[in-house]
Write a protein that binds this ligand. Structure first.
Ligand SMILES: *Cc1c(COP(=O)(O)O)cnc(C)c1O
Length: 392
């Protein structure tokens, strides 16, 4: 008799041998600019909680209040028994921030992308996608059954050429792009993409996971940053980064959102967002709007740190960025790992990101509004010492 699960152990061995093996790191205590790992305090440069709202007492209290009012679980899918007034309030608040007609919340950003893409395109359609797009956009594109073609990162000329050749062979066309690229920190050329989409009768879905709460005068994201508010497009994002909660959303026209409520399988056939997550996200959204000082502080840190990273060493390129994601590119995966580990030994958490996740090895630093100047100065001093001692 064979063992149908016997392939697992050798597969894990292969993963380990390639240095791709991953494990979880248990952090204890509240998350914030300082975290506790294995009983040690580390300054945290790996968080997506850009504004520090995940540990804001007002957001925590909103989660508790929602749980006391509605219980822990939403107990059903949104169309059956899982919908509360709180969900609608949250959707209306998202639509108000984005200045769209309506919005819909999913149980995660990943599910929002997969559900939306598979609902709006199929076999007869075309998807054009930036090669650096997030895994959830790629998964949605693959599952949709549409013809998927990737274009070189950020290159609108290539996008236009593809449309010129391919558009007439397909029914609908959907362009997919991150707004802030999560592993690089740069922005998509949104105004150019929207202009090209208009010319070639194509829809655009922009993923604002790292833009919402961070970019734009009111924190509405990259769309606001580029002055594209009100243009026809599909904006999605997550409640789990600057909003410090869990869940995803899509914002757009009344017709789009109504269609998704009827056709997005990852919204229809899954349990509604928990009251705690919905309550926390709503409270965080209100703070994003009422207290721009968190966003201003975050950008103050970006502008402080970026030139200091650039000055470190000609060997360590700082990748172009327009966000609180700052990447220091290093010559090899081994050096990235060594830098990350040495920083950690010195009390700083800064994750090394290597191929195959990204094409080139790098330290990926994310800033938070709740960092202090001391935190940043300690990082720069540690990096200055390290770059002097490491091989080039
Ligand atoms: C994190 C992320 C998502 C997924 O959001 P979750 O709510 O964590 O599932 C989607 N797109 C991008 C670009 C992201 O960074």
């Amino acid at each position: 008799m064979g063992d149908p699960y016997g392939w697992l152990a050798p597969s894990l061995t292969t993963i380990r041998r390639a240095n791709w093996y991953r494990t979880v790191k248990p952090l204890t205590g509240r998350s914030g600019p300082v975290i506790t790992l294995d009983g040690r305090s580390l300054i945290n440069f790996g968080s997506n909680d850009y504004l520090g709202l995940a540990s804001d007492n007002r957001v925590i209290q909103a989660a508790i209040a929602a749980t006391e009012t509605y219980g822990t679980g939403s107990t059903g899918s949104r169309l059956i028994t899982g919908h509360r007034p709180l969900h609608r309030e949250l959707e209306q608040a998202i639509a108000a921030l984005k200045q769209t007609e309506d919005a819909i919340v999913f149980s995660s950003g990943y599910l929002a992308n997969v559900g939306t893409i598979t609902a709006i395109v199929g076999k007869r359609d075309l998807i054009l996608a930036d090669q650096y797009n997030h895994s959830s956009l790629k998964a949605g594109a693959a599952l949709s059954g549409a013809t998927v073609i990737e274009y070189p990162h950020g290159q609108t000329a290539a996008l236009q050429t593809l449309l010129e050749h391919q558009r007439s062979r397909h029914r609908r066309c959907l362009i997919l792009t991150d707004s802030v690229f999560s592993m690089d920190g740069d922005l998509c050329p949104l105004p150019e993409i929207l202009a090209i989409a208009h010319t070639y009768d194509s829809m655009v879905l922009v993923d604002e996971a790292h833009g919402t709460g961070v970019l734009g005068a009111t924190g509405a994201g990259c769309v606001e940053h580029f002055g594209c508010t009100g243009q026809p497009l599909i904006q999605m994002g997550t409640l789990s980064k600057a909003l410090g909660s869990l869940g995803g959303y899509v914002a757009g026209s009344t017709a789009l959102i109504d269609f998704l409520r009827n056709r997005a399988a990852t919204w229809i056939y899954t349990t509604g967002l928990s009251p705690a997550d919905a309550g926390a996200a709503l409270a965080a959204l209100r703070l994003v709007q009422a207290e721009p000082e968190h966003r201003q502080r975050l950008w103050q840190w970006v502008h402080w740190l970026q030139p200091r990273l650039t000055d470190l060493s000609p060997q360590y390129t700082v990748l172009p960025t327009a966000s609180p994601i700052l990447c220091v590119q290093v010559p090899s995966p081994a050096i990235a790992l060594q830098l990350g580990q040495t920083l950690q030994d010195g009390g700083i958490f800064a994750p090394a990101i290597r191929p195959p996740t990204v094409p080139t090895s790098r330290l990926r630093l994310t800033l938070m509004a709740t960092h202090t100047l001391d935190h940043l100065q300690l990082l720069v001093t540690a990096l200055q010492q390290l770059t002097r001692s490491l091989p080039s």
